[in-house]
Design a protein around this ligand. Structure first.
Ligand code: SF4
Length: 159
């Protein structure tokens, strides 16, 4: 399961398949991370610095985060895409095709001058989250989406 959680400053990515339930996040910021609550992550309950530090301790890579850099991500169903905006300007896009097998993510692109800010990952996660909420299969085919959604990540090999 892929989920995004946002406040004004940061976006938190949650990949449930990578979680080892070590609870470093819960110990680091019990207000923001509460496994008994739904949704279990609430960025409005703790300050960003505390959340960031708690995420940095996640041993599996299940939780990651980036600064938003004033970029908003929107899911645009009519265009079969997620899109990134800086003000009114579109600065990135991730496209999918609705097929009988699921949503095929085939293209992810961010303007070069906006690179290195985690925008592409936010775009891919946005589509994955929308699909999963509707119980639609996600099939990444563009190399970046494959990397984000399929690659195992374990920061230290333990936990
Ligand atoms: S710290 Fe990471 S691995 Fe541990 S419970 Fe939280 S998300 Fe899961």
């Amino acid at each position: 399961m892929h989920r995004l959680y946002e406040n004004e400053d940061i976006t938190v990515f949650w990949d449930s398949e990578k979680c080892r339930h070590a609870k470093e996040c819960v110990h680091g910021s019990p207000s923001a991370f509460d496994p008994m609550r739904r949704p279990w992550i609430d960025l409005g309950r703790a300050d960003t610095a505390e959340v960031w530090k708690a995420i940095a301790k996640c041993p599996s890579g299940a939780l990651t985060c980036v600064y938003n850099h004033e970029i908003k991500i929107r899911f645009e169903e009519d265009g079969s895409c997620s899109a990134a905006y800086h003000g009114e300007n579109k600065v990135g896009e991730c496209d999918f095709r609705d097929t009988p097998d699921g949503w095929v993510i085939y293209h992810t692109e961010v303007l070069p001058e906006f690179g290195g800010r985690g925008i592409a990952k936010r775009l891919v996660f946005k589509i994955a989250e929308e699909a999963e909420k509707r119980k639609i299969n996600v099939i990444p085919t563009c190399s970046y989406a494959v990397k984000v959604l399929k690659q195992p990540e374990n920061r230290d090999g333990s936990d």
